[in-house]
Design a protein around this ligand. Structure first.
Ligand code: SF4
Length: 210
């Protein structure tokens, strides 16, 4: 019998990444007996499912309100804060749209994209490869965080005072450029160092895009 591994996470909400008990029961029943469920550092559960049941299992999980994404060399689901300032002020509905638009995309090396609903940044946005911080009515975009290893690097400010509708296209342009121009399995942080933050700023800014 063959297994397929899927990444399962809950929809973001005020209070954080919350699972209802019945959703956890469903995840347990979707998992192939004898396998384990891995809790990743990026708020996804990796679940091994019988490949013959994969489509049905995915459908059931999605219908229960869970998100199902690929594992491996993809952008991970949005690493967001707990929206403690409330759904509207912290931008919950925008964060959900951002998550839908940018997670599960194939990339040379897995990418973590962060989101904070205010400048307090309790989700540690500057530790992520790409991150968005809501600043009242506009958004700041950061890039280049890499805190693995013993020489951590924090993300730097790329674009500031972005309108909501400009954030997703800017991130999509960055991801597309990384996919098209990385050298093999080049880490995102090294990719930025090679092409330069100023060039990344220009290609992500709609003022300079075709
Ligand atoms: S980043 Fe701001 S809105 Fe989000 S949980 Fe932290 S303090 Fe609350």
């Amino acid at each position: 019998m063959s297994h397929s591994r899927i990444a399962v996470t809950s929809s973001m909400n005020t209070g954080g990444t919350l699972f209802r008990p019945e959703q956890l029961v469903l995840i347990g029943s979707a998992a192939e007996p004898g396998t384990t469920i891995e809790m990743t550092p990026f708020k996804q559960l990796y679940v091994s499912v019988d490949t013959a049941r994969l489509q049905d299992a995915q459908q059931e999980l999605i219908q229960s309100g869970l998100r199902v994404l690929p594992t491996g060399f993809v952008t991970k689901s949005l690493q967001a804060c707990n929206f403690c300032k409330g759904a509207e002020e912290a931008g919950l509905s925008f964060a959900r749209r951002l998550d839908e638009a940018i997670s599960g995309l194939e990339v040379p090396v897995p990418l973590k994209i962060g989101y904070a609903g205010c400048a307090l940044g309790t989700s540690e946005p500057l530790t992520k490869e790409i991150s968005v911080v809501k600043m009242r009515d506009t958004f700041d975009l950061y890039a280049g965080g890499d805190v693995k290893g013993i020489k951590p690097v924090f993300a730097e400010l790329l674009l500031t005072k972005l309108a909501e509708e400009d954030v997703i296209p800017a991130i999509q342009r960055i991801i597309q450029h990384y996919r098209a121009h990385s050298k093999g399995k080049e880490k995102f942080n090294r990719f930025i160092n090679r092409i330069g933050l100023d060039d990344l700023r220009k290609l992500s800014d709609k003022k300079f895009s075709p």
